[in-house]
Design a binder for this molecule. Structure first.
Ligand code: CO8
Length: 373
């Protein structure tokens, strides 16, 4: 039977980054101005004074120290607090296409492949910059790939769900090699005026090349032993931005057209679900948690990852067992677990087992168990 292999990965990191101190300085300047401008209403009890943010809180509550972003100046401008990413003409490549091409070329280079070897592109991410034509088809054209492409969105689990789609395509013979690309511009849909969440996200793009095992040299890449997906509806992470917004004038400008969450509830509800999903997936593959050398977990919150790893292993995980990239990248939605895999796998030996696991809005969870070839 044809099996699927991860033969290469790539990562595009925007050069600009914002540390917690800079972010909080801009946020607090906005808060100060807001409270001054609304002093009368606040005094009459018609409006609540805004509270300042704090770098210490951010690091302690989340583990995040900084985040890479496409545009820094617009986010740090207290008058704007939103990245400035100018529109491009239809004749220019879109921003998500540009990011995707860089990450994809890196994945191909790592696998020793050219675009001629690829016959499918899946762009899988939390937010697509337009309705159509599909960004994936634009990326396919930019890379000169003969085949097919489509976009998909399962929020933070987009990349792992995309991986399962790629595995299915390779194993049923629809494609020989599939690129799964996740261009995440989280700064575009983060409310930088919201104290509870203004620090959470960053931007990045990952790419994964999935190929038929019989085309990949022994000792190269990772066998995909299995994928398991799980979804369970929840409103606790939500974004109501969509094409019907213009048909409902009452909602225009409301904060729910950006990312909103009940962070505490997400933490409490998702952590056990993730641990159960990984344990159940391992058991179905006749593996035990103790067989895992590494867990490349979704990178949303450090405390959450430590809890999940503890539940899976029955003890605290070492930093080698559950590597962290959110200190540097923050939450990059579906790209997070793939960045962790991309940056923390070279020390693995042939036969070592690991799990890539995403979790987030939906709720959605994707578990991919792999073995170093
Ligand atoms: N500065 C200082 N203090 C603050 C701040 C701040 N910025 N924010 C809150 N506080 C205060 C609160 O007022 C509260 O004070 P008090 O105790 O006096 O009431 C105290 O800090 C504690 O507040 P919280 O209970 O809110 O803080 P938590 O300890 O729960 O930490 C977190 C908040 C970090 C948000 C945490 O709950 C968390 O990370 N939860 C998990 C979240 C998660 O995993 N979410 C998934 C994200 S969704 C996803 O990954 C992809 C979605 C699709 C992509 C969207 C891209 C934009």
């Amino acid at each position: 039977m044809i099996k699927a292999v991860i033969s290469g990965t790539g990562l595009y990191t925007p050069p600009a980054f914002i540390d917690n101190e800079e972010l909080v300085q801009a946020f607090n300047a906005y808060v100060e101005r807001f409270n001054q401008d609304h002093a009368g209403e606040i005094e009459r009890g018609e409006c609540e004074a805004l509270l300042p943010s704090a770098p210490d809180f951010i690091e302690k509550a989340s583990g995040i120290k900084r985040r890479h972003v496409i545009d820094k100046d617009g986010i740090l401008d207290p008058e704007r607090m939103c990245p400035r990413i100018p529109e491009r003409s239809n004749d220019e490549p879109s921003v998500q296409c540009d990011m995707s091409v860089v990450a994809a070329r890196q994945a191909l280079e790592q696998a020793g492949r050219s675009t001629d070897d690829v016959d499918a592109v899946i762009v899988a991410c939390s937010n697509l910059q337009r309705a159509y034509p599909a960004v994936s088809i634009e990326v396919q054209a930019a890379l000169g790939i003969d085949g097919f492409a489509y976009d998909m969105n399962v929020a933070c689990s987009s990349a792992t769900f995309g991986l399962q789609a790629a595995v299915n395509a390779v194993e049923n013979g629809t494609a020989n090699a599939v690129l799964v690309i996740s261009p995440e511009i989280c700064s575009g849909h983060l409310n930088f005026r919201d104290r509870d969440s203004h620090f959470i996200f960053g931007d990045a793009c990952t790419a994964i090349l999935v190929e038929r095992s019989d085309r990949v040299a022994d000792g190269q890449g990772f066998d995909i032993l299995g994928t398991r997906l799980k979804t369970q509806f929840s409103n606790n992470i939500r974004n109501n931005f969509g094409f019907l917004n213009r048909a409902a004038e009452e909602g225009i400008g409301q904060p729910d057209k950006l990312f909103i969450q009940q962070g505490r509830k997400v933490f409490k509800e998702v952590s056990p679900l993730v641990a159960e999903t990984i344990q159940g997936h391992l058991a179905a593959l006749e593996l035990a948690p103790g067989d895992l050398r590494r867990m490349w977990l979704h990178q949303a919150n450090l405390n959450m990852n430590q809890l999940i790893a503890r539940r899976v292993l029955g003890r605290d995980a070492t930093i080698e067992e559950a590597p962290v990239i959110l200190d540097e990248y923050a939450n990059t939605s579906s790209a997070g677990s793939i960045i962790a895999f991309h940056l923390h796998r070279d020390d693995l030996d042939s036969g070592d087992l690991g799990v890539i696991c995403s979790f987030g809005a939906g709720y959605s969870i994707g578990s991919v168990v792999i073995r170093k070839r």
